[in-house]
Design a protein around this ligand. Structure first.
Ligand code: TRP
Length: 329
């Protein structure tokens, strides 16, 4: 039983790639570990959302994760901004984070390049806040993708530095939670690469059937196989890959055979694929709609999560304050 913390970006609806990547594994893993899942809404302020967008995004993302099976009875599911203890540890940890090392992180350098007009201090100290999210629950495992590895390394550095500075063995040094083989990469519909939000090639769990049909029919293909049993080029293998996860094995086998015999009609395959994606996503879409319409339920979920997360965070803060030397007379 590990203590696992995972921060969820508050922007970005879930697409099939998210589902078959981390999410499906979160749902399983929550039963074997002590999990804290939270929506990183403080972090999202670095991009200055309007109040309406901030609230709407948080609600959408929370509804989607619940619809996918994150279970508030099993995991601690909360909003980062409901745990003020996070901001206190953030202040304390900022004293031990050096401007130089923060400036050298790749994500910060990327932001400086991509948004030179909004290089705010929150961006610089983003890794500190993320470290706090993790260590405030004394977590030892964090499920992270490649893009977050450096942030996790910074977390270990800050944890170790604190321990060393005060000569204590207080914060664990968290490592990546590895799903290994379980991580299925879903390609996009644009011919190459994986499905991603910024790539604009995604099918979202909340997409309507019409939107899904349109996207699939527009997916990149080629002019067709030229010889029997040839190797599948990427745009075509991508469609088969998606078919593999949403369709019956016999459907996948049928179209593969057609391809191998040079008899495939991509239009037919896409029609089938679209319908199978719709069958797969529809139950999610319906749950997302009903959950997001139920404010009373959402309120109950976040209140319960906040209470649990705050209990754990408050214990850490109390101990950290003592270690630092803020003691009662
Ligand atoms: N930085 C993460 C992302 O962009 C989100 C995040 C914030 C996070 N705090 C975290 C992830 C703590 C894991 C643990 O995806």
């Amino acid at each position: 039983m590990e203590t696992v913390v995972s921060g969820i970006r508050s922007t970005g609806k879930l697409h099939l790639g998210n589902y078959f990547g981390a999410l499906r594994n979160f749902v399983k893993m929550q039963h074997q570990n002590n999990c804290y899942f939270f929506i990183a809404d403080y972090h999202s302020l670095t991009t200055h959302p309007t109040p309406a967008d901030l609230h709407g995004n948080v609600k959408q993302v929370l509804s989607e994760y619940l619809a996918c099976g994150l279970d508030p009875e099993v995991s601690t599911l909360f909003l980062q901004s409901d745990v003020p203890e996070v901001t206190e540890l953030y202040l304390l940890l900022n004293m031990n984070a050096y401007v130089g090392e923060l400036e050298r992180t790749t994500s910060f350098k990327d932001k400086v390049r991509l948004q030179p007009d909004n290089v705010n201090a929150g961006l610089l100290t983003y890794p500190v806040l993320m470290a706090v999210d993790i260590i405030i629950h004394k977590a030892n495992k964090v499920p992270v993708g490649k893009d977050q590895e450096q942030n996790l390394e910074m977390t270990r550095k800050f944890a170790k530095r604190f321990n060393h500075m005060y000569n204590v063995d207080y914060f664990p040094e968290p490592t990546a939670y590895n799903f290994g083989e379980e991580l299925v990469k879903i390609p996009g519909l644009d011919g190459s690469g994986k499905m991603g939000k910024s790539e604009g090639n995604g099918i979202y769990l909340s997409d309507s059937p019409e939107a899904i049909r349109k996207k699939v029919m527009r997916a990149v293909t080629d002019s067709g196989p030229v010889e029997k049993n040839q190797k599948l080029p990427e745009p075509i293998s991508n469609l088969f890959k998606i078919m593999e996860v949403v369709s019956e094995p016999s459907t996948h086998a049928y179209f593969l055979e057609k391809y191998n015999q040079c008899e495939i009609r991509y239009g037919d395959m896409k029609k089938q694929l679209a319908e199978d994606i719709i069958s797969f996503t529809s139950p999610f879409r319906e749950r997302i709609l009903s959950i997001s319409a139920d404010n009373a339920y959402l309120r109950k979920v976040v209140n319960r999560g906040a209470e649990q997360a705050r209990a754990s965070a408050a214990k850490t803060i109390k101990e950290v304050r003592e270690i630092i030397g803020f003691k009662p007379f």
